[in-house]
Design a protein around this ligand. Structure first.
Ligand code: KG4
Ligand code: ZN
Length: 354
């Protein structure tokens, strides 16, 4: 086998990214370049991502980022074996920017197009950073999604549990917003929590003990808001304690839900090769540490990609492109962007239980 090199593009939310990943004949995957530009500045004053601003910002910088990614990888575009882009799910304007650019490159260079599911790119990241075999249990926790999935193969996912309201990242973002900690919220809440007392507020742990491995965050978020309103005006100490108590409640929920997820996996699929975490929330140290305890308790290896590969990036898209290329799963230039695109597509089809 010769080496495979794929360019990946990521534009589904507020990060513009371009990266080149190489699969060597010995099976080793190497990130040759991984350029990323966050639009935090553009969105900060709105306290969240504004889709129209995001799409325009992607248009402004994507070409230059591809040039930089190729220069850093020290190869011409003609040396690529495929062009991958996140084709959804995400903000449609941004998705179109990345996908259309990938199509143009694929057509101009006469290379295969790989239309990647952004969630699949997160889900397969542990196979880029660590050699993880299928099947594994994945906690996918980002700003838009919180799911426990059995990853049985590329394109073969069974959803064991999901959030019935907010995603974990979304809850972090909302708590940050109500405490005026800025955007993006996850890292800000984590920082504030460091100095805080996690036992000052007894926040609820929704769904704790329920057998189905689902999540619920909205009641917890409301409890934080009520406590914050009662304390007005908030002092720094209050904010730190609110964040620490909130994060501790999330950690307890994650531990309990993952424990149920492992049980469901063993009943429905068999023994997982690892417990894997992907998505931006995987960057949170308290959650990582808690998951390490859960994994150890269950006799499983825990794999968490480094924070910069947990949050949105293009190396994960290039990596998913390589996985699909290896299986001959290439896409036509008529592939339509998908604002919604569940991972367990067959099971989530109309008529199936979502
Ligand atoms: O995967 P990602 O970069 O984007 C998508 O949502 O696809 O995840 C971003 C989410 C945001 O909600 C952000 O607040 C959260 O991940 N996040 C964190 C941390 N870093 C990012 N949440 C908690 N602690 C963190 N350190
Ligand atoms: Zn993401």
């Amino acid at each position: 086998m010769v080496a495979l090199r794929v360019l990946g593009l990521e534009t589904t939310c507020d990060e513009t990214a371009a990266a080149v990943v190489e699969l060597r004949p010995d099976g080793l995957r190497t990130i040759l370049s991984n350029r990323i530009r966050s639009q935090d500045e553009e969105h900060r004053r709105f306290g969240g991502v504004v889709p129209e601003i995001a799409a325009r910002a992607h248009v402004d910088v994507l070409d230059g980022m591809i040039r930089d990614a190729m220069a850093e990888a020290k190869m011409p575009l003609s040396a690529l074996d495929g062009i991958a882009a996140s084709a959804g799910p995400g903000l449609i304007g941004g998705v179109l920017v990345g996908l259309t650019t990938a199509k143009a490159l694929a057509m101009g260079l006469n290379k295969p197009l790989l239309a990647v599911n952004h969630l699949e790119a997160h889900a397969l990241t542990p196979r880029l950073t660590d050699q993880v075999n299928f099947p594994y249990l994945l906690l996918l926790a980002s700003g838009g999604h919180t799911q426990l999935l059995a990853v049985k193969g590329v394109g073969d996912y069974v959803r064991l549990g999901t959030t019935i309201d907010d995603a974990i990242g979304e809850a972090f973002d909302k708590v940050a917003k109500m405490l005026s900690l800025g955007f993006p919220g996850g890292p800000a809440v984590e920082r504030a929590a460091e100095g805080g007392d996690s036992e000052r507020f007894a926040f609820p742990r929704p769904l704790l003990g329920k057998p189905e491995p689902n999540f619920s965050l909205s009641g917890l978020k409301t409890a934080v808001r009520l406590a914050a309103e009662e304390l007005q005006p908030l002092h720094e100490r209050d904010v730190e304690d609110l964040c620490a108590s909130f994060q501790a409640a999330v950690v307890d929920c994650v531990i309990d839900r993952v424990r149920r997820g492992i049980r469901a996996f063993r009943q429905q699929v068999g023994n997982p090769s690892a417990l894997v975490v992907a998505g931006g929330v995987g960057a949170n140290r308290a959650i990582r540490q808690a998951l390490q305890r859960s994994a150890t308790e269950a006799g499983l290896r825990l794999v968490v990609p480094p924070p910069r590969l947990c949050t949105d990036n293009a190396a994960m898209v290039a990596n998913a492109g390589i996985e699909r290329l290896l299986l001959g799963k290439t896409d036509g230039l008529d592939f339509a962007a998908r604002p919604r695109w569940p991972l367990d597509e067959a099971r989530a089809a109309p008529g199936a239980r979502a």
